[in-house]
Design a protein around this ligand. Structure first.
Ligand code: UD1
Length: 423
């Protein structure tokens, strides 16, 4: 198991290239199951979750080819699928495996997908995915820890999500494209990753209107064909590097990003005094604040402040003058990083879904443990400003979603060493 050894206190300066969005790439890969023709996906980040999804598709006998090393493009071809099943071993390491449920049942009339179960940040059920598929006419049974879905052909319907769900919207969208007749999804997620998926599906021949709004209309078609698609830049990676520049008193230029997707993050950082400017259409320059001030944040669905940026913002808040109130409204147990930051000297109190951070406090290096993907990013940011050495355990969490984060940070002046158990 790898660990990071981070020497804090170094100012970051330079250029960082933002990778493709993991959360856009995963549903796009699952969508390749909808056609027998090749789907070529570009700007795929080289992160653990993508490798897990590639393994899952290969397990189903989908052809998975990657022309580059490390892979940044994939050609996927699901001519036949002999195992329409997502086994527990893969789902337990990545709950987004559940994104194969919709495409499998829509195209092959059968799918068996392990229930994801709990995870560090909360219960995270998939009841809404199941309800919507039932409404589309699938027969669902949940037995032995697996969801089994069967349908001769799905039938278009109207389904209103009682709660906004990102992968739920994506799963049902990829089912509805091959259903008979019209499907209307109400209270759909607005996230850019949903819109990106719809763009890929439209290239494959799907008839979709309204993606990016809360009502998505789909006219089902008999079959889809191959396509080539470049996935959008990772907005969470971009937000994380904005904070890396701001927290270290540095200046970074982020290239290959989509500033429009991170409006709420940019606005909040500006409120803290951070100087952020667009340079052209796809680059952002961040300069640290002369004086970093506290700000309140409530996590919300897009276009609000992303829950996936909450831990990183908390790290910044420890260095800001005043009291920051952070309210987590999406997941019920997403403050595991707070106790680790407190061990580094942060002043944080937690009351239910409210975290109150009083700053600035000098942080001191300590051994800490990463509990989930974004929590680990928050701990890396805290370690960048801590004095002395911070050891972060279980960095496999960060490898799930950040491409070579230590290399990217070291290239702009950080001192981070990846230490393998065997070293
Ligand atoms: C996706 C993102 C994740 C992000 C999250 C919220 C991917 C692969 N992951 O996760 O990085 O943190 O959106 O922006 O894109 N819920 C139910 N029943 C369901 C589905 C969801 O109760 O059937 C609840 C969840 O427990 C949670 C809320 O709805 O409280 C939102 O979850 P959801 O949007 O589904 O998150 P994911 O799609 O899993």
């Amino acid at each position: 198991m790898d660990r990071f050894k981070i020497e804090g206190g170094r100012r970051l300066e330079g250029t960082v290239k933002i990778s493709g969005a993991k959360n856009a790439a995963l549903p796009a890969m699952a969508a390749a199951l909808l056609t027998s023709e090749p789907v070529r996906l570009e700007n795929i980040p080289h992160v653990r979750d993508i490798i897990t999804m590639a393994k899952l598709l290969a397990h189903m006998r989908c052809r998975v080819e990657s022309p580059d090393i490390p892979p940044s493009a994939f050609v996927l071809q699901a001519e036949t699928v002999s195992h329409a099943e997502a086994p527990y071993e893969l789902v337990k390491t990545m709950r987004a495996s559940v994104l194969t449920l919709g495409p499998l049942v829509a195209r092959f009339g059968y799918a068996r997908v392990s229930l994801p179960g709990g995870c560090a940040i909360g219960a995270r059920p998939i009841d809404l995915h199941i309800q919507a598929l039932e409404k589309l006419g699938a027969q669902i049974s949940v037995e032995h820890g697996y969801v089994e879905a069967k349908a001769k052909r799905l039938r278009g319907t109207t389904f209103r999500f009682p709660k906004i769900t990102v992968t739920g919207t994506e799963n049902i969208l990829t089912a509805a494209v091959l259903a008979e007749g019209e499907t209307v999804l109400e209270n759909a997620a607005l996230e850019p990753e949903v819109t990106d998926l719809a763009e890929l599906l439209i290239k494959m021949g799907a008839k979709i209107e309204g993606a990016g709004t809360s009502t998505i209309r789909v006219q089902g078609v008999e079959r889809l064909h191959g396509a080539t698609h470049t996935v959008i830049p990772d907005r969470i990676e971009a937000g994380t590097f904005l904070i890396a520049g701001a927290i270290t008193g540095g200046e970074l230029l982020l290239t290959h990003c989509e500033p429009q997707h991170i409006g709420a993050i940019i606005d909040k950082l500006k409120e803290c005094g951070v100087d952020i400017r667009c340079e052209g259409k796809s680059a952002l320059r961040v300069r640290a604040a002369k004086k970093l001030v506290a700000a309140d944040v409530t996590t919300e669905e897009y276009p609000g402040f992303a829950t996936d940026m909450q831990a990183q913002f908390m790290a910044l808040a420890t260095q800001a003058q005043g009291v920051s109130h952070i309210r987590e409204t999406i997941f019920e147990n997403r403050y595991l990083h707070a106790s680790e930051m407190m061990r580094m000297g942060a002043h944080i109190t937690i009351d239910g879904n409210l975290a109150v951070v009083t700053g600035p406090t000098p942080l001191s290096g300590a051994p800490v443990t990463a509990s989930d993907l974004r929590a680990s990013a928050g701990l890396v940011l805290a370690a960048l400003v801590a004095d002395n050495t911070t050891w972060i355990d279980r960095v496999y969490h960060i490898d799930r979603g950040y491409e070579r984060i230590e290399e990217k940070l070291c290239a702009v002046g950080a001192r981070i060493e990846r230490v393998s158990e065997s070293t």
